[in-house]
Design a protein around this ligand. Structure first.
Ligand code: SF4
Ligand code: SF4
Ligand code: SF4
Length: 172
């Protein structure tokens, strides 16, 4: 077998209209960081013999839909944007309710309510609101570790977040 790569880095679709964060800004920086980390040396210590399925897998996703499958990678980096209500008026159009596939937004006498336990921080409600009643609260990247397929599959655990404060990406 030829020389194995030091890592496998996947990303989701560029310029996706659903993206909460633009991963392309960080892709090269991540590659530099991964090369400096020299992950394969660590993995070669752990897995003997070191085989193709031991190669560290990393995924970069622009939103919690996670098309690059950060949940099953050794390292996952996922863009997020969490909503909050502003002082602006709500028109009552309920577009945000239709936009939220998690059913995290409900309509009450006093207006809309966002359930933080159901919200996955995809930012779709922010994007859909015509009056900016729903605005970003925080945004950045969720870091997850330890996901794997194979003989002992398991989902990655979210270990932390990096807040960047950047605004919602406007997709094409
Ligand atoms: S993870 Fe999100 S941003 Fe990336 S391709 Fe899928 S839907 Fe689009
Ligand atoms: S928060 Fe925005 S999208 Fe939702 S009902 Fe009010 S105006 Fe419409
Ligand atoms: S950020 Fe996404 S999941 Fe959360 S309330 Fe808005 S549309 Fe629903």
């Amino acid at each position: 077998m030829g020389k194995l790569p030091n890592y496998l880095l996947e990303h989701c679709r560029q310029n996706c209209s659903l993206a909460a964060m633009d991963w392309s800004e960080y892709y090269q920086e991540l590659e530099i960081g991964l090369q400096e980390l020299n992950l394969s040396t660590i993995f070669k210590e752990r897995f003997r013999p070191y085989l193709f399925h031991h190669i560290p897998k990393i995924a970069l996703a622009g939103c919690p839909n996670g098309c690059s499958q950060p949940q099953i990678k050794d390292i996952g980096v996922t863009g997020f944007i969490t909503p909050q209500l502003s002082e602006n008026s709500c028109s009552g159009c309920q577009t945000c309710i239709a936009a939220c596939s998690e059913k995290a937004i409900t309509w009450h006498d006093e207006g809309i309510v966002i359930d933080p336990l159901l919200c996955v921080s995809c930012g779709m409600c922010i994007r859909s609101c015509p009056t900016e009643k729903i605005i970003p609260k925080e945004s950045g990247w969720l870091l997850s570790l330890g996901g794997r397929l194979g003989r002992h599959p398991k989902f990655a655990k979210i270990m932390g977040k990096v807040r960047t404060g950047k605004k919602l990406k406007t997709g094409s």
